[in-house]
Write a protein that binds this ligand. Structure first.
Ligand SMILES: NC(=O)c1ccc[n+]([C@@H]2O[C@H](COP(=O)([O-])OP(=O)(O)OC[C@H]3O[C@@H](n4cnc5c(N)ncnc54)[C@H](OP(=O)(O)O)[C@@H]3O)[C@@H](O)[C@H]2O)c1
Length: 261
């Protein structure tokens, strides 16, 4: 039986914690008594975050696309601060891709960070947790992973893959006592939304997202999804036959109109 971990079990490690959801979650968990290791490429932002909670937030600068650096970071954190009881694999990028003029580099970069980078983190963690028969990993996907959306053929593909990855891990790691969760937020007001030209219904603040994730981490639930009035409606739409939901999303997002010349 898996169970949510507690501060007495070890530290929390959050990737993508230099801004947005990750930074807000680090602050919240530090206030709740956790020691929180925070990773991202931006070392300066991590140092600033650590100064807000001296001794409770540990900066661990890292590029998750470098798998050997990820393994070394996990090794070092556990040697210096004790077991990583809970990992929130949150680092991710959003690059909109226009299907009529796509760039392979945008696909490759998105896959490298969101998918391969998360796989590097999972690879560094699950063996250790399985051996200890204890641990918790929350993978931050997105409601965009539920089904197709315009300009999301790179981002959405990685987020759908992460939902699948989390399900596979949850099936396999349950018997080792490792609790796997997936986080599927709707729109959250963070720097990642700066390049998103869409309307953003029911957008929540990074602080609200952090509160929802922190509360979900304390539960046995597999999926942490919010705001539910948005994500549950999306799920209902994607439960329709594919040709129906594709036509519906096309219409709702304005992609049924002829292209502007
Ligand atoms: N905002 C939304 O509406 C929304 C909705 C659903 C899901 N999400 C997901 O939530 C997660 C956090 O996003 P956010 O909205 O909080 O955006 P954000 O503020 O841009 O945060 C992204 C974080 O990922 C880090 N990161 C990017 N590339 C990295 C790399 N190669 N190695 C390590 N860290 C890297 C960034 O730091 P550095 O640049 O310093 O490395 C930053 O800390 C993402 O996975 C995103 O897909 C966001």
């Amino acid at each position: 039986m898996t169970r949510p971990v507690k501060p007495a079990d070890g530290i929390v490690w959050i990737t993508g914690a230099s801004s947005g959801i990750g930074a807000a979650l680090a602050r919240r968990l530090a206030r709740k008594g956790w020691t929180v290791a925070v990773s991202a490429r931006g070392a300066g932002a991590l140092e600033d975050l650590a100064k807000e909670h001296p001794g409770k937030i540990i900066p661990a600068p890292l590029d998750i696309t470098d798998a050997s650096a990820v393994a070394a970071c996990v090794e070092r954190l556990e040697a210096e601060h004790g077991p990583i009881a809970c990992a929130v694999l949150n680092a991710g990028i959003y690059i909109p891709v226009k299907a009529e003029a796509p760039s392979y580099e945008d696909y490759a970069r998105t896959f490298a960070v969101n998918l391969n980078g998360t796989a590097a983190c999972v690879s560094a963690l699950t063996g250790r947790m399985a051996e200890r028969r204890k641990g918790q990993i929350a993978i931050v996907s997105s409601a965009t992973g539920f089904g197709g959306m315009p300009t999301a053929s790179a981002y959405g593909a990685t987020k759908a893959a992460l939902i699948n990855m989390a399900e596979c891990l949850a099936i396999e790691l349950h018997r080792y006592g490792v609790h796997i969760q997936v986080v599927t937020p709707g729109f959250v007001e963070t720097p990642a939304q700066d390049d998103n030209e869409f309307p953003k219904p029911f957008m929540v603040s990074a602080q609200t997202a952090a509160r929802r994730i922190a509360s979900g981490l304390k539960s046995r639930r597999f999926e942490i999804t919010f705001p539910r009035r948005f994500t549950l409606v999306l799920k209902a739409i994607y439960a329709l036959p594919r040709s129906w939901h594709i036509a519906l999303v096309r219409r709702q997002t304005g992609w049924n109109k002829p292209p502007e010349d």
